[in-house]
Design a protein around this ligand. Structure first.
Ligand SMILES: [Zn+2]
Length: 594
């Protein structure tokens, strides 16, 4: 690492004018941002400074935000060709190879620039040094440009501002000599793991790793190797294929801390869903091991073999095996090729008969913590790298049918219709406002079907689904009750018949207050605001909740938090902060147990 030209202490102590000069160039031609943020000195950490800068922009009026975007040069645009870029932009654009474009590439990018500007009214902005800081290549930049040109203007404005903050983050790192080596390590481990994908997906360049395929077993072996190399004392693959690593403590505290997440994926997945929660704690082990430091308790990191329920209709199988939730009848399930789970497990060399022995004894553990990529847009929108989960939402699902009378679209007067689809539409609008009224409930009609429908026929039947989620069982039940009552009221008033059958019900898994508090302290220690939020998605922690006190930490996703999608991403800066938060949690726990 080059010795930094600037320290946070210098920045905190400098007179305002000098401090402004020290942050010159962090935001392109927009010194007002640093000036306003600096009124909040002193900053405890680079993360706190970065957040303060983001907040100035967020709170600025829209015209100032637009001016900030317009202060940026076009990628490979006229300013680059004429060599009129700022020093920072010149460095970034040349590192991405944009200064060495072929004439054809240059023409293509300049056409994209023109189309983009015409559509949105500001230049396309992309942090070309990318989420890992190594630099995107020309092909990646062009692909991103083409994709984002299709976006909605509101989304694109937000995305450009986020890219501006990412550019500023990297420029600040350079100024302050901030190293994200541990975040980079977590990134690189996940990149290595992503080399394995199921047959048929490799050819498409897609990541898909389902239970006990060759790719899945290769992942388990690589995770095992990574765990051993990082310094775990014991690593074993258990009877359902979980990889269990243990970093031993001094032995003074008999109970262990359990952590981990899953390494199987959905089809055409991102690289971080689940896997981040294996490698963040492993980076902590790596540091403890290299410092020859032992915690008073054992740390058990589990890479769960199965969570997504893709190959067999059994979700949370890896974590479920630990809570005694593995159902023996699952072994007879067949995958699409007719291979039973039992056969798949035997082929992989797993000892099916040992599954019951995997059930953990709660008395052996302090608790369970899980780090997971958010898989949603909330942290991204708030410019926050980390969030604290208050509860994994309770859910209930129904399939429904609204039955009316199919009739001629031309001859049936509006007052004499019994339109099943209109009834469901009314219910959807009710659900939308009723869930929103709770603040943190969500309700979705994801399936909507008029069987055998026709353009000139009033729908006689409409089939639909309901997915309702809320942070507590009581809130979910109140929401569900209101929706069911409304469905019947709509049916009555429209002369329809409504039937709804429940297909799934899962209890909320509220975070254990003491463990949630430990995450909150860890995040606050990094100088970051503490943002509490429910998890809308299910996670392994939901299973472990049946056995142990648990709490989760969320890490911001890039690309508006998209997940279960190859665009799922996070930065090595955010991964580094997650690792540091985990360090804090471990240190604080060691202190508490002293
Ligand atoms: Zn996951």
């Amino acid at each position: 690492m080059v010795s930094p030209a600037l320290t946070l202490d210098q920045l905190n102590a400098a007179p305002l004018e000098d401090a402004c000069a020290l942050l010159d160039g962090v935001y392109e031609h927009s010194p007002w941002i640093a000036r306003m943020a600096l009124t909040q000195r002193p900053f405890l950490s680079p993360a706190q400074l970065k957040h303060a800068l983001c907040q100035v922009v967020t709170q600025a009026d829209p015209s100032a935000q637009l001016a900030l975007l317009r202060a940026h040069p076009e990628l490979a645009g006229k300013a680059m060709v004429d060599k009129n870029l700022t020093a920072e932009s010149t460095h970034e654009q040349s590192k991405a190879g944009l200064t060495q474009c072929t004439p054809t590439e240059l023409t293509h990018i300049q056409q994209l620039n023109a189309s983009y500007n015409a559509k949105f009214g500001f230049p396309f902005i992309l942090a070309v040094r990318g989420p890992r800081g190594l630099g995107l290549n020309k092909a990646q930049i062009i692909a991103t440009f083409e994709r984002r040109l299709q976006d909605h203007p509101t989304d694109e404005l937000a995305e450009c501002l986020r890219q501006v903050h990412r550019i500023a983050e990297i420029r600040l790192n350079d100024k302050l000599g901030v190293s994200v080596e541990r975040g980079n390590q977590v990134w690189d481990w996940q990149e290595a793991l992503a080399q394995y994908t199921d047959p048929g997906f490799d050819e498409l360049g897609q990541l898909t790793v389902t239970y006990l395929t060759d790719a899945h077993q290769a992942c388990a072996q690589l995770i095992r190797r990574h765990m051993l190399e990082a310094g775990c004392d014991e690593v074993a693959v258990d009877a359902v294929g979980n990889v269990v690593g243990r970093y031993k403590g001094t032995g003074r505290v008999k109970q262990a801390l359990m952590t981990g997440s899953h390494f199987d994926t959905v089809r055409n997945a991102g690289k971080y869903d689940g896997r981040l929660g294996i490698y963040v704690p492993l980076a902590c082990v790596q540091q403890l091991h290299s410092a020859q430091h032992r915690l008073p308790f054992d740390l058990e990191i589990i890479a769960f073999a199965e969570e997504e329920g893709q190959r067999y209709k059994a979700t949370f199988m890896g974590s479920g095996a630990l809570t005694g939730g593995f159902l023996p009848e699952w072994l007879d399930q067949l995958d699409v090729d007719g291979i039973s789970m039992r056969a798949a497990m035997q082929n992989a060399g797993l000892s099916v008969q040992d599954i019951p022995t995997l059930k953990r004894n709660a008395a052996d553990y302090l608790g369970f913590v899980e780090v997971h990529i958010e898989q949603g847009p909330v942290l991204n929108a708030l410019n926050l790298p980390l969030g604290i989960v208050t509860s994994i939402n309770a859910s209930v699902r129904y399939t429904g049918e609204m039955r009316g009378q199919a009739s001629h679209a031309g001859t049936t007067p509006m007052g004499l219709r019994r339109d099943a689809a209109a009834g469901v539409a009314e219910l959807m609008l009710y659900l939308e406002s009723r869930a929103a009224a709770d603040g943190d409930s969500v309700g979705t009609v994801g399936l909507l079907n008029v069987p055998g429908g026709s353009i000139n026929v009033v729908p006689g039947l409409c089939q639909f689904s309901l997915d309702l989620r809320a942070p507590t069982n009581a809130q979910r039940d109140a929401l569900a009750a209101d929706v069911l009552i409304k469905a019947q009221a709509i049916a009555t008033s429209r002369g329809l018949q409504c039937t709804l059958s429940e297909t799934l019900r899962a209890s909320a898994a509220p975070s254990a207050p003491a463990w949630q508090q430990r995450w909150e302290s860890a995040v606050a220690d990094l100088g970051l605001p503490v943002h509490r939020m429910p998890s809308g998605a299910g996670h392994d922690a939901m299973k472990l909740h049946e056995l142990l006190p648990q709490a989760m930490l969320f890490v911001r996703g890039e690309n508006a938090g998209i997940s279960h999608n190859p665009l799922e991403s996070t930065t090595s800066d955010d991964m580094q902060l997650a690792v540091q938060a985990f360090d804090h949690l471990l240190e604080a726990l060691a202190q508490e147990l002293h």
